[in-house]
Design a protein around this ligand. Sequence first.
Ligand code: SAM
Length: 309
Amino acid sequence: MANLYRLTLQQRHRLPPVSTGVSSGYSTCLSCVSGVSKKSDCRRFKASRRLVVGLGAAFCSQFMTMAGTLGANSLIASARQRGAVEQVLKDVQWPEQFPFKEEYFQRFDESPDSLFYETPRFVTHIDDPAIAALTKYYSEVFPPSNTPGVSILDLCSSWVSHFPPGYKQDRIVGMGMNEEELKCNPVLTEYVVQDLNLNPKLPFEDNSFDVITNVVSVDYLTKPIEVFKEMCQVLKPGGLAIVSFSNRCFWTKAISIWTSTGDADHVMIVGAYFHYAGGYEPPQAVDISPNPGRSDPMYVVYSRKASTA
Ligand SMILES: C[S@@+](CC[C@H](N)C(=O)[O-])C[C@H]1O[C@@H](n2cnc3c(N)ncnc32)[C@H](O)[C@@H]1O
């Protein structure tokens, strides 16, 4: 049964057979493709991927039994239908204990993140339609530009935040790994360079942000529950956390449970981070993919800090 299931997972996620090369449906980061990051990173992924395929199968079957409204095999299949990933977080019966194993958060490249992000990458990590879809989504859910007292935190930020053109607030903080990138981000009023994998503590006052964004970066967090707890701490009651992602990444730096699973699973993983961090309303998913199959997919998992937290 386990083998059968693994075969199904490989077919549905287009994972490579364990004994052959990489030809999956996943994409490497655009900056990798464009040669900005080291080519060796792309090649080394082959070995890493082979090691983690089994983890993905175990994880998914565990979570499939958790998804109350979905039948045993429908979670992955449903990811192929437009909008169906939105069902993934509906009425989930979460296990009492955090079901993730320590090894799920390991990465192929465990060297300090400061080395990997030492050189600025003035690139975009998703294609233009996906960026436009995210910007449009932000324009629908963000507080109006220039609202007195509104503060926003962009976690894992860079030289771009994809906020609506001309969007302003008194305080928009970017936190990331490369100072040169952050310095060039026009929407930020301030920035902090901090490695969240070394120090997940957010250096901000409690209840100080209305919105926290995190774009195509949640897969690099090795201590996500600590970070999501901190996010809850610094959000104002009712404040909104928006985590968005596509199907690209720096493979050697993404956690193994991410690189061994697919889009619908990623929705479940981020939903689990909100759930197990505590203090949030039940997380929800939105598929904002602009042209399914023709440009990068784009998913949002969001939640509000419970007003009683
Ligand atoms: C793929 S880029 C995305 C950047 C930006 N959010 C965007 O949409 O273009 C990943 C980002 O995650 C951030 N990041 C990666 N590892 C991190 C860590 N350990 N601590 C804090 N930020 C990290 C880096 O600063 C990097 O800019």
